[in-house]
Design a protein around this ligand. Structure first.
Ligand code: PRP
Ligand code: URA
Length: 209
C-alpha cells in the first residue's frame, strides 16, 4: 500500500506560504520551489538502502555507509517538473535524469504525452517522478505508467501541492508508489486547478503569464 507523506516541517510550511502568494515573482518562486524540493527530497530518500564501505579517516579506518546499487534517477514531468530538478540534483548530484513530456488538454483535462527520454539503465535505479502539482492525478499516473514499462527498482512521486482527488487517483492506479508532497489542499475547482493551490505552476516558474 502506498505511503502518503504530507510534510509538516515548519521550514517547508513557511516557504510554501510565500510560494502560494500571488505577489511572489518568478525569481523568488523558482528559488522557493528548489528549496522546498530539497527539504522534501530529504524525506523521500529516507529509506534508501545502504551498504557498508570501509573509509580511511585521518584517525584510522571507519566502517562507513554509502547508498547501495546503481542509485537514483529523477524524472521530471515537463514542463513544471523541471522547476524541481535543481533542488534534487543539489542533494544527489550523481543521479541520472529522464524527462517525460505531458500536458493537460484544457478541454478534457486528460494528459497528452509528447516526449519520453529515460536513462538507459533505469531498470537498475530507484526512480523519483517529480511534478509540483498533483491535481486530477492524470499526468502523474500516465508518467508512472510509462516509467513502469522500463521496470525500475522502485518508483516514488514527489510534488509540492496535491488535491485529495489526485492523491486518491494516484494511490488507486499505483498502490506501490509512495507519494511525498508538502501540502494536501482542499479541492479541485471546475477547471481542474487546485484550490487554494498556487495557480499554474508552469506559468509561475517560467513567467509565461
Ligand atoms: C500541470 C502540472 C502537472 C499537471 C497536473 O502541468 O505541472 O503536470 O498540470 O495536473 P493533473 O494532476 O490534473 O494531471 P500542465 O499540464 O499545466 O503543463 P505545463 O507543465 O506544461 O504547464
Ligand atoms: N496544474 C497547475 O499548474 N496548477 C493546478 O492547480 C493544477 C494543475
Amino acid at each position: 500500500m502506498a505511503k502518503i507523506f504530507i510534510a509538516d516541517h515548519p521550514l517547508i510550511q513557511h516557504k510554501l506560504s510565500i510560494l502560494r502568494d500571488v505577489k511572489t515573482g518568478t525569481k523568488e518562486f523558482r528559488a522557493l520551489i528548489q528549496e522546498i524540493t530539497m527539504l522534501l527530497c530529504y524525506e523521500a530518500t529516507r529509506d534508501l538502502p545502504l551498504e557498508d564501505k570501509i573509509v580511511e579517516t585521518p584517525m584510522g579506518m571507519c566502517n562507513a555507509k554509502v547508498i547501495s546499487g546503481k542509485k537514483l534517477a529523477f524524472v521530471p514531468i515537463l514542463r513544471a517538473g523541471t522547476g524541481m530538478l535543481e533542488g534534487v540534483l543539489e542533494l544527489v548530484p550523481s543521479a541520472k535524469v529522464g524527462h517525460i513530456g505531458l500536458y493537460r488538454d484544457h478541454e478534457t483535462l486528460k494528459p497528452v504525452t509528447y516526449y519520453c527520454k529515460l536513462p538507459a539503465d533505469i531498470s537498475e535505479r530507484e526512480v523519483f517522478v517529480i511534478d509540483p502539482m498533483l491535481a486530477t492525478g492524470g499526468s502523474a499516473i500516465d508518467a508512472i505508467d510509462k516509467v513502469k514499462e522500463f521496470k525500475p527498482k522502485s518508483i516514488k512521486f514527489m510534488g509540492i501541492i496535491a488535491a485529495p482527488e489526485g492523491i486518491e487517483a494516484l494511490k488507486t492506479a499505483h498502490p506501490d508508489v509512495d507519494i511525498f508532497v508538502s501540502a494536501l489542499d482542499e479541492k479541485l475547482n471546475e477547471v481542474g486547478y487546485i484550490v487554494p493551490g498556487l495557480g499554474d505552476a508552469g506559468d509561475r516558474i517560467f513567467g509565461t503569464k
